[in-house]
Design a protein around this ligand. Structure first.
Ligand code: HEM
Length: 139
């Protein structure tokens, strides 16, 4: 939902082509806004802004979209992130370890209570602004 890369590194069209109803002349700089794609209600529904990890369950995902290009935090095609599998394995492992040992939440009055606030000027990366998290040991 909040991809760490908000937009893809741009490409330059080496020849003119038609993209949907747009004529793209050769030499045009093109990028994909991954953030907008991941928040697009046409793909993810009217609750696209809500944090609902279950929408990525394989069965539910299939009902929502059959388009493999709808979820692109690691890009796609031949220049797709080579570290994707490693990053996914790391995230699953670290999150499971953290959840097992700690409860964590945002401190009172956090600017991120409603929505993650991003540090301006960091695109293409999306870095949370002054993110503080309160950890409490479970045992
Ligand atoms: C959450 C973690 C990560 C995210 C969201 C991410 C995302 C991305 C994205 C969006 C690209 C651009 C692909 C394109 O230009 O079409 C990329 C490229 C790349 N990533 Fe990652 N990445 C992550 C972790 C990693 C890790 C752990 C490694 C290495 C161990 C890695 C290595 C690379 C390399 C080498 C490229 C360049 C691929 C190329 O240009 O052919 N990434 N990544």
């Amino acid at each position: 939902m909040n991809p760490s890369a908000g937009e893809l590194p741009p490409r330059i069209a080496t020849e003119s082509f038609q993209l949907g109803r747009h004529n793209i002349p050769a030499g045009t700089l093109l990028s994909i806004d991954i953030h907008c794609l991941m928040h697009n209600p046409k793909i993810w529904g009217d609750d696209a802004e809500a944090f609902i990890p279950e929408r990525h369950e394989p069965q539910r995902l299939k009902q929502m979209t059959n388009n493999v290009w709808s979820w692109l935090p690691f890009s796609g095609g031949p220049r797709k992130c080579v570290g994707m599998n490693m990053a996914m394995a790391e995230m699953r492992t670290i999150l499971a370890m953290l959840l097992k040992r700690y409860e964590f939440d945002l401190p009172e009055g956090s600017i991120h209570a409603d929505k993650i606030q991003l540090r301006p000027g960091d695109l293409p990366l999306q870095v949370p602004l002054d993110m503080h998290i309160r950890f409490a040991k479970r045992y």
